[in-house]
Design a protein around this ligand. Structure first.
Ligand SMILES: Cc1cc2nc3c(=O)[nH]c(=O)nc-3n(C[C@H](O)[C@H](O)[C@H](O)COP(=O)(O)OP(=O)(O)OC[C@H]3O[C@@H](n4cnc5c(N)ncnc54)[C@H](O)[C@@H]3O)c2cc1C
Length: 411
């Protein structure tokens, strides 16, 4: 997509509300105010940057441009706002967090993921603060929160995907260091990150799964980030981290040995929910693009929006979007109320990802031939939203979790 097609969308006032229809805003007045301010940032400075640098959804901006976005977002008070209050965040409710993130993604800006540093910023470290030592807080967490450093989260390996506990990267204790050997696969943000939160096995027995978490400096000897492969969305923000006799100080172990997975997955319901506003926001963009195209594209002497088949398709898309949003919002409310919401968060992730993809597919269909030409936004959204059915826990894994919560463990 070129810079022209990325001109800002409708004003935020329209995007704040239920995406396409008028209705009361579900969040707090403070969230509404933040959404308006972030909207100004996206539609103003960031739109100008997109134009100046020719940034589009297909090509990741270089690290210098990303740093510029992160630092400016931090100066404006947005970057770390989702962190806990003791780390400089605003202590937002999850509902407000979800609604703000939805509004950012529904702007359609290719810089949307970078306003909060989704790939390598505060969302990667917020949950770690309570396990981190004062040294780790000062050295790794605060610089990330303040947009000075970037960090990625490295769990997946070639043989440890859905079965996250099957980590084979070894961390062998030698005096006051751990020596790490192994290879992490598909790590988002690793090509431009300074550090990784990295999971490795500290077990000396193949039968026992003792996964531990470490802060690893990606610039230190024994670490190589291999990137360059692209996802189907055309982006190359993902890389492998290769560890060869990498000596990590024992003080970089996060929490206790063997607690890495608990630490990584401890907030899994929240993390699952927090993927939903991205999908819902992008699906909103697809639906709006399809609606606007149907209003202007004429065939048989009239706008195609006058054909009932197109109207029904748009109505189905809007209904699925409303259902996805409703599930996302009710899960946020449950978690805010202190509920466990494990099944709900999986249902939200499952339904939002599947519905968002169906919406993108229908949006491509409404665009006809224009929808399958590279450079059209719906064509990109179709590929992007396809990925969410796999990422961060596949649809099948979400169903396993929902069924387990429903049925209980088989006796
Ligand atoms: C672009 C991208 C970015 C990523 N970013 C990160 C990152 O930042 N950090 C990180 O650690 N990881 C990251 N990942 C890894 C991602 O989380 C995994 O790809 C995902 O969890 C699925 O694992 P897998 O690819 O190994 O698939 P597999 O686990 O091999 O699954 C293959 C198929 O088998 C199915 N399946 C597997 N087990 C079961 C089961 N028990 N029941 C039913 N079906 C099952 C799956 O649903 C899927 O359909 C990223 C991946 C990609 C592609």
């Amino acid at each position: 997509m070129n810079a022209e097609t990325m001109t800002p969308g409708p004003t935020l006032a329209a995007d704040v509300r239920a995406p396409l229809f008028d209705g009361p805003f579900e969040g707090s007045p403070r969230a509404a105010e933040l959404i308006a301010r972030i909207g100004d940032f996206l539609n103003g400075e960031l739109a100008a940057l997109v134009h100046e640098k020719g940034i589009d959804h297909e090509h990741s901006p270089d690290k210098a441009t990303l740093q510029r976005v992160w630092r400016r977002s931090h100066e404006l008070g947005f970057y770390g706002m989702t962190l806990p209050a003791q780390m400089g965040g605003l202590g937002l409710s999850l509902l407000d967090h979800v609604l703000i993130k939805e509004s950012i993604y529904s702007s359609g800006s290719p810089l949307a993921p970078h306003v909060f540093g989704e790939l390598s910023g505060p969302p990667r470290v917020g949950a770690l603060a309570r396990f981190a030592s004062p040294m780790q807080l000062a050295k790794f967490i605060l610089p990330v929160a303040q947009a000075e450093k970037a960090i990625c989260f490295a769990l997946t390996e070639a043989e440890a995907g859905s079965d996250a506990g099957a980590v084979q990267t070894q961390a062998r204790r030698e005096g006051d260091v751990f020596v790490l050997n192994g290879r992490k696969r598909f790590i988002s943000g690793s090509p431009f990150a300074d550090y990784a939160v990295l999971m490795a096995s500290t077990s000396d027995s193949p039968e026992r799964r003792d996964v531990s978490a470490f802060f690893v400096d990606l610039g230190q000897p024994g670490v190589e980030v291999q990137s360059g492969y692209k996802t189907m969305a055309g982006q190359s923000t993902t890389g492998d981290i290769v560890l060869t006799d990498c000596r990590v100080p024992a003080t970089h172990l996060i929490g206790e040995t063997g607690r890495g997975l608990a630490l990584a997955l401890g907030r899994i319901a929240v993390n699952r929910l927090l993927h939903c506003p991205g999908m819902v926001g992008l699906a909103t963009v697809a639906l709006k693009d399809a609606r606007d195209y149907a209003r202007t594209r004429r065939q048989f002497g009239r706008p195609i929006a006058e054909f009932q088949a197109i109207q029904h398709s748009l109505a189905d898309m809007a209904t699925q979007l409303a259902a996805a949003r409703a599930l996302m919002i009710s899960t946020a409310r449950q978690l805010d109320a202190g509920g466990d919401a494990r099944a709900d968060a999986s249902m939200a992730k499952l339904f939002c990802s599947e519905a968002a993809f169906r919406i993108a597919d229908a949006a491509v269909q409404i665009h006809g031939g224009e929808g399958i030409v590279q450079g059209r936004r719906v064509e990109f959204l179709f590929r992007m939203l396809r990925m969410y059915r796999v990422l961060t826990g596949t649809s099948e894994i979400q169903k396993n979790i929902i069924a387990r919560e429903l049925i209980g463990e088989a006796k």
